[in-house]
Write a protein that binds this ligand. Structure first.
Ligand SMILES: Cc1cc2nc3c(=O)[nH]c(=O)nc-3n(C[C@H](O)[C@H](O)[C@H](O)COP(=O)(O)OP(=O)(O)OC[C@H]3O[C@@H](n4cnc5c(N)ncnc54)[C@H](O)[C@@H]3O)c2cc1C
Length: 305
């Protein structure tokens, strides 16, 4: 099937795109076209106007914000750019690790962070990663700018706080809680096959007190799951289970139990609800163990945990 007819617009600035979105009824934004194209070809979306953001260069960047306490990723930044960003590898390595596991090279070359957050699939890699990292979304419309914490953005299955006339401009991630010399991050996922969406993913970060100590204490932990519920799921019980002491077999067992209990996934063809709950527990455990390992420069033998 071919998409229904539509009028094509190619703005070159964010303001122009926002005006087009405000002035045209039944308009849709186009980013990497890795999801929207399929939906339109099947006529599950039939917009009258398509506003292509690919010529808006101001939305394609990874940069440290002036005060140095945050890194911002523009909405039109591709998975490939995120995967290869030196700044992200140093400050927020969870994001490149999440990007490199999305589909295959052709999807990663075109797909964008803004498209992924706009699509809001609960299995998406960035939604869970940005939730774990306490990110804020910067939104723009013809009426001005607005900020929404990612924790308030995902409301229900593929339903978000994004207004009809709003464009996601960037995701801003605070870096201050996670100094690179005492931090480990991980994005682990179980896939039923190469280049497919994950069964469940686990995004995690850990900051320890002293990476060179014999038993480094977990000062702060973060854990969010993808495809474990109708929305990306932050599991604070997993975080509190390991904070304030060195990671141990006991605290990791509590993590697995808490993640399995918090998961509320739908059945899928290749993975029923019970299996996904089990995977949520196991991957939460593995992800936090990997983050601890990385925070302590691999000095701690987490294989024993
Ligand atoms: C085979 C395959 C496997 C995949 N596997 C994974 C996976 O494992 N993990 C994963 O995370 N993703 C996966 N994806 C999805 C991929 O990440 C897409 O790139 C992404 O979901 C959509 O990004 P896009 O830039 O292509 O957006 P588009 O398809 O162009 O747009 C998607 C939606 O977002 C809206 N949108 C786009 N930009 C904005 C913006 N700036 N502001 C507001 N709304 C906007 C559009 O209007 C549209 O509704 C997979 C895709 C394919 C085809």
């Amino acid at each position: 099937m071919k998409p229904a007819p539509f009028e094509y617009h190619r703005p070159t600035t964010v303001a122009e795109a926002a005006d087009l979105l405000a002035d045209r009824d039944h308009a849709e934004l186009l980013a990497g076209n890795q999801s929207l194209g399929i939906v339109m070809a099947n006529r599950l979306a039939t917009p009258d106007h398509l506003i292509d953001l690919n010529a808006v260069e101001d939305l394609d960047y990874v940069e440290e914000r002036a005060d140095g306490d945050a890194v911002a990723v523009g909405a039109m930044t591709t998975h490939r750019t995120i995967e290869r960003s030196g700044l992200l590898a140093e400050r927020l390595p969870m994001l490149p690790e999440a990007a490199e596991q999305i589909a295959g090279p052709s999807v990663r070359n075109r797909g964008t962070l803004g498209g992924s957050v706009g699509e809001a699939d609960p299995a998406g890699n960035y939604p869970a990663a940005l939730l774990a990292l306490d990110a804020t979304l910067e939104l723009v419309s013809a009426d001005g700018e607005r900020e929404v914490p990612v924790s308030d953005y995902f409301i229900a299955y593929m339903f978000t706080d994004l207004g009809e006339d709003e464009i996601i401009a960037a995701a801003r991630v605070p870096t201050e809680p996670f100094p690179p010399d005492r931090t480990g991050m991980a994005f682990l996922e179980l896939k039923p096959a190469a280049q497919t969406w994950p069964t469940v993913s686990a995004a995690s970060a850990i900051r320890v007190d002293d990476p060179d100590a014999t038993k480094p204490v977990v000062e702060e932990a973060r854990l969010a799951l993808a495809n474990a519920a109708d929305v990306p799921l932050r599991v604070e019980e997993c975080e509190t289970a390991i904070e304030g002491e060195p990671l141990s077999e006991e605290t990791l067992a509590a993590v697995a139990e808490a993640a399995t209990a918090a998961a509320d996934p739908a059945d899928e063809m290749h993975a029923d609800r019970e299996f996904k709950c089990e995977v949520a527990g196991e991957y939460a455990r593995r992800s936090l163990a990997a983050s601890y390992d990385r925070a302590t420069n691999g000095e701690t033998d987490t294989d024993q945990l």
